[in-house]
Design a protein around this ligand. Structure first.
Ligand SMILES: NC(=O)c1ccc[n+]([C@@H]2O[C@H](COP(=O)([O-])OP(=O)(O)OC[C@H]3O[C@@H](n4cnc5c(N)ncnc54)[C@H](OP(=O)(O)O)[C@@H]3O)[C@@H](O)[C@H]2O)c1
Length: 216
């Protein structure tokens, strides 16, 4: 199973690439610029001391990947999706959280249809299963392998098979427990939970607020 990151040169993608590759899964960083992707892959491999991460253009990454994680900044996702060709055999994982942070605080920016995951699913017209995951884990925590995650990854989607594929990969990451959070519309809750985490970080002057469900 190869994981590709669409828009893979940002901080969220760095964290996911490092965690998956450290757990033994090959990763391809995608970018609009093959050079940027190759440079990022080189940097992440040197942090890991192996060569499980490759760089490629976004389309070349997609052509080689079984699972594509969409790590483009939330405002540019539809543009990015329209610039590539995905295949019906793949799973698309959406990690996005549309929010605005300013002096007044942090707010969820509700997309049409109720969540970004559903908006993405609609824009793809059912071509491939869309799964929402990793939305509630802070990027800089993912990107620091010295920090144990000690949290859940909540996985939502309308295809049980696609959710299982994501969960099987996620459970290889130490101290991360995948939980099935329900259908894709559960992304409406998950995306808002991230806004809560950002509020908590600001209020308590922390950076790593994240979620661990008890009682399950
Ligand atoms: N930061 C967090 O703690 C956190 C937590 C949970 C979820 N998320 C989600 O993770 C995603 C990534 O966040 P980030 O802060 O890492 O993003 P980012 O740095 O703003 O962007 C990531 C990459 O997107 C690509 N990109 C930008 N505009 C594009 C366009 N018009 N078309 C195609 N690609 C474009 C760029 O790659 P190239 O220029 O190399 O193509 C860029 O490096 C977001 O959706 C965010 O909501 C973030």
């Amino acid at each position: 199973m190869k994981i590709g990151l669409l828009g893979g040169t940002g901080i969220e993608a760095k964290g996911l690439a490092l965690r998956f590759a450290a757990a033994g899964t090959p990763v391809i960083i995608g970018s609009r610029s093959e050079d940027r992707a190759t440079l990022a892959a080189r940097e992440y491999n040197s942090l890991l001391g192996n060569s499980r991460i490759q760089g490629a253009s976004n389309q070349s990454m997609i052509d080689q990947s079984d699972m594509v994680i969409l790590t483009v900044g939330a405002d540019h996702i539809l543009d990015a999706l329209h610039s590539v060709r995905l295949s019906q055999d793949q799973v698309l994982v959406d990690v996005s959280v549309p929010m605005k942070v300013d002096g007044a605080g942090v707010d969820y920016v509700e997309p049409p249809l109720g969540s970004n995951a559903e908006r993405i699913d609609e824009s793809l017209g059912g071509l491939l299963p869309v799964v929402g995951a990793f939305k509630t884990i802070p990027a800089h925590i993912l990107a620091d392998l010295q920090i144990p995650l000690d949290c859940n990854v909540f996985i939502c989607g309308d295809s049980d098979e696609a959710k299982n594929r994501v969960a099987l990969l996620a459970e290889k990451i130490p101290s991360l427990r995948p939980l099935d959070a329900g259908p894709l519309r559960a992304a409406r809750t998950l995306e808002r939970m991230t806004v809560l985490a950002v509020h908590l970080n600001r209020r308590y002057k922390r950076r790593g607020a994240r979620f661990l469900a008890v009682g399950i």
